[in-house]
Design a protein around this ligand. Structure first.
Ligand code: GDP
Ligand code: MG
Length: 292
């Protein structure tokens, strides 16, 4: 059998979380049209007869940005590569970006097999447009594979998976075969609430919120969840609540539906909005909220 760790790296918004969800076959990592959605390192586990691939969804790699949240993400992106067996470098364009040079420098240092995944080929009208890029990529770096895919449509993911299996080292399973993630359900609950908020308030609230699960009580046929939504300012609080509570109500309803699907039980979800001033600037506040 083969087994090992596979890290997904790449610019924000190229489709890493979408790819992870489709590879594992279940919604594990939240996705959105807005960059920086993924803040945590998340494992998705896929076990087949051929072996076990454990996927690590890293936060996006960023340039030099000052805020604490960005420092946190940069750190995670680097530490997430330690001990992995394969790197999937996901891109969604067929031209080079100055940002790619930074990634190439990083990849040269780590000496781990790298598969270049060109995502979103469904939106490429003329497929021959990627040919010069494929040739150029091959010359720039000794990739262990270059695979064009559509994560969203699940197109060519078989090719990608067999490429991954070939590269994984021989070894036994790290996790039981029916386990698909290492994250407790409590964490997934916070991620789902945050996803609904992010989708709804993309324009109004740039990155300044966080969700903390205050209570997660599983009963026989019901799960009671209380979630705190932390924002930085009173004005943001009223945006999250909405007119007559309409935003919070819609977010709560959507999150509850997803949670009921995930947990297979009825969910009673209560949302509270609280103000914590300047939390995204302070490392200490980040730690308090569980971003370590
Ligand atoms: P991440 O930041 O790299 O994790 O990116 P996400 O997985 O959150 O995806 C960002 C956006 O790209 C979302 O709106 C996805 O629906 C979209 N997306 C992801 N994969 C594909 C794809 O294969 N084709 C198209 N057309 N869109 C995609
Ligand atoms: Mg993501």
């Amino acid at each position: 059998m083969k087994s090992g760790y596979v890290a997904l790296i790449g610019r924000p918004n190229v489709g890493k979380s979408t790819l992870l969800n489709h590879l594992v076959g279940q919604k594990i990592s939240i996705t959105s049209r807005r960059p920086q959605t993924t803040r945590h390192r998340i494992l998705g586990i896929k076990t087949t007869e051929a072996g076990q691939a454990i996927y690590v969804d890293t936060p996006g790699l960023h340039g030099n940005q000052k805020r604490a949240m960005n420092r946190y993400m940069n750190r995670t992106a680097k530490t997430a590569l330690v001990g992995v067996d394969i790197v999937l470098w996901v891109t969604d364009r067929v031209t080079w970006h100055h940002y790619d040079e930074i990634i190439l420098q990083l990849l040269e240092k780590i000496q781990i097999p790298v598969i270049l995944v060109i995502n979103k080929i469904d939106s490429l009208q003329d497929k021959t447009a990627m040919l010069p890029f494929l040739k150029d990529a091959d010359q720039r770096f000794p990739f262990s594979g270059i695979v064009p895919v559509s994560a969203l449509l699940g197109d060519k993911l078989d090719d990608l998976e067999s490429n991954i299996m070939e590269l994984l080292p021989d070894g036994g399973m790290f996790y039981p075969e029916d386990q698909i993630t290492d994250k407790p359900e409590r964490f997934l609950a916070a991620e789902i609430v945050r996803e609904k908020l992010t989708r709804r308030l993309a324009k109004e609230l740039p990155y300044q919120m966080s969700v903390e699960i205050e209570r997660f009580d599983e009963e026989k046929s019901l799960v009671k969840i209380n979630a705190l939504i932390w924002v930085e300012r009173d004005t943001q609080k009223s945006i999250v609540i909405g007119k007559k509570g309409c935003v919070l109500k819609a977010v709560g309803q959507q999150a509850r539906e997803d949670l009921e699907g995930l947990l297979g039980k009825k969910v009673y979800l209560e949302l509270w909005v609280k103000v914590k001033k300047g939390w995204s600037d302070s490392e200490k506040a980040l730690k308090n909220l569980g971003y370590e």
